[in-house]
Design a protein around this ligand. Sequence first.
Ligand SMILES: Cc1ncc(COP(=O)(O)O)c(C=O)c1O
Length: 364
Amino acid sequence: MTFEELRAQFPVLERIAYLNAGSMGPLMRATGEAMIERTRRDVEDGRGGKPYFDEVLRLRAEVRSRIAALLGVTEENVALTASTTDSCNVVLAGFGLRPEDEVVTTDSEHPGLLLPLNVSGARVVVAPTTGRPSREALETILSAVTPRTRLLALSHVAYTTGHVLPVHELKAETGLPVLVDGAQSVGAIPVEAREIDFYTVSCQKWLCGPEPIGALYVREPDALRIAAPSYFSQASMEKDGRFEPKPDASRFDSGWVGVPALAGLVAALDAAPDWRYERSAEAASRCRDALAAAGFEVVTEPGHAALVSFVPHGDPAETVARLYEEGVVIRDLPGTGWCRVSCGWWTSDGDIERLVAALAKAVD
Ligand SMILES: Cc1ncc(COP(=O)(O)O)c(C=O)c1O
């Protein structure tokens, strides 16, 4: 299918310059239809009986194997969760950190990682990467590592600046366990997670899936304690609840995922084109250029991911509200003075032109 044909699959894009996949991706018609069809069957046929449960397990297996393919890993190392936050909680609750341990993170992290880190029991050491050139990130993070560091925990793509953080280099340089928050990377840039210890996925953002569905790659399932088991964690169970864990990472599945949402996600994953990463990188580059040409200070350096942050001429939250009235959807980043544009593979030149025109109108 051509770009225009695929773009036409997103009804929202007919009216709205929807530039907010970093929060929630646009939904395709096929995604909505798959969810409606699955819901119709649940309503008419009930949610029980062998065919129903066979279908649930088939859908779960299908999602798991497709996410594994996106991460370049085997499906035996992937768990299904509700979100990136849920995945971070699974890892940090089971990792066994103590008060004398240190976890190194950055000052560009989302609460979805920071809050689980904060209750992990360890001392959280924050490396100041925001506001520095991205080429200095590796050195800045490495200089926060001490003999007490037991884990590095950071995003692959910072949700504030849109910068790609050097997660593979950090693993190679330190050999320490690394937890990567993949909320802004999976579906936006090519990902190769194999060497990383834990890598999280949010399906509702760049994968354009329904919410809430997430996933977690675990390199060595036997090395992580099961701290929050669900029905899916056990291969067999005694009367008192002692259980034999599943042999693979599905032991970390955090619970039931809505079946209509699973069906919708499969439809969304099926429709994403091979050229998704090239196209979103081009759209982000065009967006950077257009904002700079219109006189805005662009925070995001060239050549990073699909997010573009910039300094608006007025108050960021007010700017976002004014743009919304013009049919342009972006978000502000509280505490930074910045707004953020998300450029997906579906983003057109027209969307970017509408953004720039609405920004000009917002200061009138
Ligand atoms: C970097 C980052 N981490 C985590 C999250 C939270 O994701 P989820 O809702 O899947 O927990 C977000 C969402 O905006 C994010 O940008």
